[in-house]
Design a protein around this ligand. Sequence first.
Ligand code: FES
Ligand code: FES
Length: 240
Amino acid sequence: MTAPNQTNANVAGGAVSTAAASGASAAFGAAPASGASTASAADAASAPAAAVVERPLTHFRSMPLSIKVNGEIVGPTDVPVGLMMIDYLHEYLHLTGSRLGCGQGICHACVVIVDKPDGTSEEVRTCITGANFFHGKSIRTIEGHAKRNEAGEVVELSPIQQKFLEHFSFQCGYCTPGFVNAATVLIERLKREPVAKDKVEATITEALNDHICRCTGYVRYYEAVKEVVLTTPGLVKDAA
Ligand code: FES
Ligand code: FES
């Protein structure tokens, strides 16, 4: 994988020519020097253009990044320090399923799942988390949930994805990757720590609570997750 060309952007933003500076002076109505004649102005107009003076380019500091993404190790790749994870996923790995919504850490459309060494998993927002935070970590994106054949074609959805379809949980679908990841983290947690039946509804509400759906599909997302929780063996324990 290749890094986007930073140099072009830097040149566009950083180089200023003396000719341009002179032009700016004129544009701001600078008066000619005292005693300057019309003839000398004409001579100046016909003189060769001043040489372009390049300012030093801005160099971003970069760091090598290696991540396990959906079971495959990618990198090491040099990425600029401060590059947000969502941009790394989109621009370096071409995994565009994670959605950039608010870009401010509020809507949770951009979350990925981080699989921790202790066997637990958690959601992390990629619009406000730098790619370097994920160095050495194992993550799952929305592209990693369904089973695929050798040609990369989806042959089986995950249980959460399947139930979201059956319940018509989403409309535009922009928030759906985030909801799939949130619900998957919940199901995985309940496999480790089953919840009492009378706590199921509150537990689902809490797990999905941070995710914003602009099409207001909350109830159908909720119903789909509840069906998965209640029909998957081992997620709900009997009341003591
Ligand atoms: S896009 Fe990341 S929280 Fe909204
Ligand atoms: S389905 Fe459109 S934002 Fe949720």
